[in-house]
Design a binder for this molecule. Structure first.
Ligand code: TRP
Length: 335
């Protein structure tokens, strides 16, 4: 397929710091695959982080650094995808403001994540104009690059729906400038954290991509297995009851899994040994990622250059889009 014929992908992540296995299997593996077939724009959504962390903005830069190292270390490839920091491309703020002119407040107030997040992040005052406009900013991220497909998790679907509504409204009011983007939902394995709940930094149940082997071993050894199997002599049911086994399934080859299942069912193996095997398999997979991460962390000039280049590439597209936006608004001939 020629470069022109490639569809555009836009996606982003808020800089929450070091990434964990949930991000790797839920998002980054998918992004890596998409790099092959689409023209990809991946952005670090620091403005979005500011909508909820405006009282502690000083934490954002370090969180961005950690996240970008993880992106690059797992194989998000600046040679194929455009990686950049949202706030370094000023057109995001410009289009955000423009789109806010045509977005009814009622659309934003009925956005389910708006209310959910306010309940969930009770300690923060999120009754701000900026937080209400979170999805408008996200729409701007997508439309600036005329994104056609937006890989996101189900939690983000309301935002993509809003983006679609805003896009249609723009095209209807002015001129057909933007393709209406589609969400791209990946089939992701459900990844439990150490305690069996979804792996999430805020639950403190995560294995981070940058955790050294010792930490991985410690963490995995605390994992919940099969609660109905308090003694080794009790037969287990790994496929239906064991939380750790969900990770075994991701990390171990089929033959090893089959052996585990039969030995567990017949009470021939204990959970401690089983988790040791799991820890070693995770460590083995993380090893090349951590090697690349270390090399990059030692070469901050290289990371800065990648982001500067990404921002320059993104800016070019963003400027051209904004020129079309203004000519549509003023009803001038485009381009
Ligand atoms: N809101 C998204 C999230 O929290 C992050 C994001 C920002 C994004 N801009 C985007 C996702 C544009 C897709 C497209 O996960």
């Amino acid at each position: 397929m020629s470069e022109q014929a490639k569809q555009r992908i836009v996606s982003g992540m808020r800089p929450s710091g070091k990434l964990h296995l949930g991000h790797l299997h839920g998002v980054l593996d998918n992004w890596k695959r998409l790099q092959d077939t689409y023209e990809c724009f991946f952005l670090v959504a620091d403005w979005h982080a500011l909508t909820t962390s405006y009282e502690t903005p000083q934490e954002i830069p370090a969180n961005m650094d950690e996240m970008i190292l993880d992106w690059l270390a797992v194989g998000i490839d600046p040679g194929r995808a455009t990686l950049f920091v949202q706030s370094e491309v000023k057109e995001h703020t410009e289009l955000h403001l423009m789109l806010s002119m045509i977005t009814p407040v009622s659309w934003l107030e009925r956005n389910p994540t708006y209310k959910e997040q306010q309940l969930y992040l009770k300690e923060k005052d999120l009754t701000t104009f900026g937080f209400l406009g979170y999805p408008v900013l996200q729409a701007a991220d997508i439309l600036l690059y005329k994104g056609q497909k937006v890989p996101v998790g189900v939690d983000q679907l309301p935002h993509i729906e809003l983006t679609r509504e805003i896009t249609r409204r723009f095209n209807y009011l002015y001129r057909d400038v933007f393709p209406v983007p589609d969400a791209l939902l990946a089939e992701v394995p459900k990844l439990p954290g150490l305690d069996g709940r979804k792996m999430s930094k805020s639950y403190g149940n995560s294995i981070f991509l940058s955790d050294p082997p010792k930490v991985v071993r410690e963490k995995v050894s605390t994992m919940i297995t099969d609660v109905k199997r308090p003694r080794m002599s009790d037969p287990g049911d790994p496929e239906n009851r064991c939380i750790a086994f969900k990770l075994h399934q991701l990390y171990l080859p089929t033959e090893q899994l089959e052996l585990i299942v039969s030995e567990c069912r017949t009470a021939k193996r204990g959970c401690a040994a089983c988790k040791k095997e799991l820890a070693e398999a995770i460590i083995l997979q993380l090893e090349p990622i951590q090697r690349r991460r270390k090399a990059l962390a030692a070469d901050s000039g290289k990371v800065r250059a990648i982001l500067a280049d990404g921002a320059a590439r993104a800016r070019k597209v963003a400027r051209s889009t904004m020129a079309q936006v203004w000519s549509a608004l003023w009803n001038q001939n485009a381009r």
